[in-house]
Design a binder for this molecule. Structure first.
Ligand SMILES: [Mg+2]
Length: 212
């Protein structure tokens, strides 16, 4: 049997790192700027909803920043490196093999765990409790598929941050759905601010629209 590979990545990592030390940043649009404060390199979900794009130059954002009270930070790579190391230490309690892939992503061997999803959920809760950073976990039989699982978990609140895609039939079916999910995510973003307050509202809307 193929080895289950997990990839865990932090949501909006630089923003999540800033939020650890300033609770007033929760549920608020936040962006973190590149080295020279030139452009946005990390955005909270609330900032994404406002249409702030990755790499958007700061000088083009003054209106949206003022109008919506967007909180703006210079990047602090010492802080992000420190948080990253602490997150990896938690991962090491959950897998014997942790391979750092980027500042906020690690691959892990999840072989030998009976209930991989429960294991991933426990890891996720532990990172949140100990470090304060939300992470999402995708599990599959290859690194590429694990990354896809992670992406699906990230874009669909249904999965609550964890997707185990080891079952090949499930993997085939889920990968076939990606296009329609992209459409659903688009709808969610369009309606997010005005009428959707939680995921139950979202699913209600989707059933009503016969989209799912
Ligand atoms: Mg990330």
């Amino acid at each position: 049997m193929k080895r289950p590979i997990a990839i865990s990545d932090s949501a909006n990592f630089y923003v999540s790192a800033e939020r650890i030390f300033d609770p007033s940043l929760k549920n608020t649009p936040v962006i973190v700027l590149s080295n020279n404060d030139g452009c946005a390199v990390a955005r909270s979900d609330e900032a994404k909803v406002l249409g702030i794009k990755m790499g958007a130059p700061l000088h083009q954002l003054s209106t949206v920043i003022q109008r919506h009270g967007v909180r703006v930070f210079s990047s602090n790579y010492t802080l992000y490196g420190d948080i990253s190391r602490r997150v990896v230490e938690v991962y090491q309690d959950f897998s014997p093999t942790v391979e750092i892939y980027s500042i906020d992503e690690c691959f892990m061997d999840f072989s030998g765990f009976k209930d991989r999803e429960a294991h991933a959920r426990k890891m996720r809760q532990t990172v949140l409790r100990k470090i304060g950073v939300p992470v999402r976990v995708g599990i599959a039989s290859s690194k590429t598929l694990a990354k896809c699982a992670n992406d699906i978990a990230k874009k669909n609140s249904l999965f609550d941050g964890v997707l185990d895609m080891m079952d090949e039939q499930l993997a085939d079916w889920l990968l076939g759905q990606i296009k329609s999910w992209q459409l659903l995510e688009f709808i969610r973003q369009q309606t997010y601010v005005t009428c959707l307050s939680n995921k139950h509202d979202l699913w209600g809307l989707l059933f009503w629209k016969r989209l799912f």
